[in-house]
Design a protein around this ligand. Sequence first.
Ligand code: NAD
Ligand code: ZN
Ligand code: ZN
Length: 342
Amino acid sequence: MRQAVLVSPKHIEFREINAPSSALEAHQVLINVKRIGICGSEIHSYHGLHPATFYPVVQGHEYSAVVVAVGSEVTVCKPGDKITARPQLVCGECGPCKRGQYNVCEHLRVEAFQANGVAQDYFVTTDDRVVVLPEGMSLDHGAMIEPSAVGAHATNRTEVKGKNVVVSGAGTIGNLVAQFCIARGAKKVLITDVSDFRLDKARECGIEHTANVLRKPLKEAVKEVFGDEGYQVGFEVAGVESSIRSLMETIEKGSDIVIVAVFAKDPQLSMFYLGEHELRLIGTMMYRHEDYQTAVEYIGKGSVHLQPLISNRFAFEQYNEAYQFIDENKATTMKVIVDLEK
Ligand SMILES: NC(=O)c1ccc[n+]([C@@H]2O[C@H](COP(=O)([O-])OP(=O)(O)OC[C@H]3O[C@@H](n4cnc5c(N)ncnc54)[C@H](O)[C@@H]3O)[C@@H](O)[C@H]2O)c1
Ligand SMILES: [Zn+2]
Ligand SMILES: [Zn+2]
């Protein structure tokens, strides 16, 4: 079978290797990988800028696949099912794992970063991580359950129902966070960015209220959209100091801000202001199984829209070209998909 290996930054090597054996352990699932989404963290690995990965590494952790064979105890799926699966390998024994917070396992390894991913024709996963795609869901959308689950989890870190919400940053993740806020019953959602292209995409996905903070300060946009009601939940999905600062400065006292982005540089914030306003800054890390299920459910019933987020697709042999395209079209690229059937 084909395998794409990132042997060193900017160098993907294609190999022909034996497919995994179909003699499976009780809870293993052998899958035929169909689509792989390329994510921001993998772009960092590709450029040698990811702080926690190794080389050579097989990339690919946002994917859809068809089940080929299952181990003797597998009941969640059967051969022929279209599925997606979480890329998290957890210890099951640490404090967070015992509390059910395995997404922050002390020994977490993520496929494509600290373990090999799925950039190959066949792959073995385990049944506890598999979610079957509903009838009618495309393989493209199946490969986008992973980033959607990030949105599902982040919007479950605090109550958004009935609240006014600001999402700062309208990249793929911010867009999905905003869509999940709407799907979960937020009252009004305002999404901001510094790129009109990203805000256009947000509106295409049904996020009505947008603001370009280069042209309009957040304070003004908040006043326009929420009037005297203000807003009670913020999501920081841009990863820059000016964004988290303006959220802290405009949100209602006693509110929650969920920090979704990974900051390349730590921001300087006033802890005095945070304490005095009784703000809560809340972390969020990937997702748990129920977030995958929620993502599949909301996308399946049309509450979350993925189609506008797909920027381009490439054949498996064009993995390098896919990264080249992303580099050359940064401003106008959301999700790029590698199609193993193309
Ligand atoms: N917490 C998690 O589990 C998790 C999972 C996946 C990704 N992430 C992180 O989420 C972040 C967003 O991911 P993405 O793929 O959407 O990235 P992205 O770079 O596409 O999106 C960031 C957006 O923020 C915008 N932006 C820049 N400055 C801004 C400002 N001052 N105000 C408003 N918007 C501004 C950019 O124009 C861009 O559209 C990244 O930091 C990523 O690492 C976190
Ligand atoms: Zn990802
Ligand atoms: Zn653990």
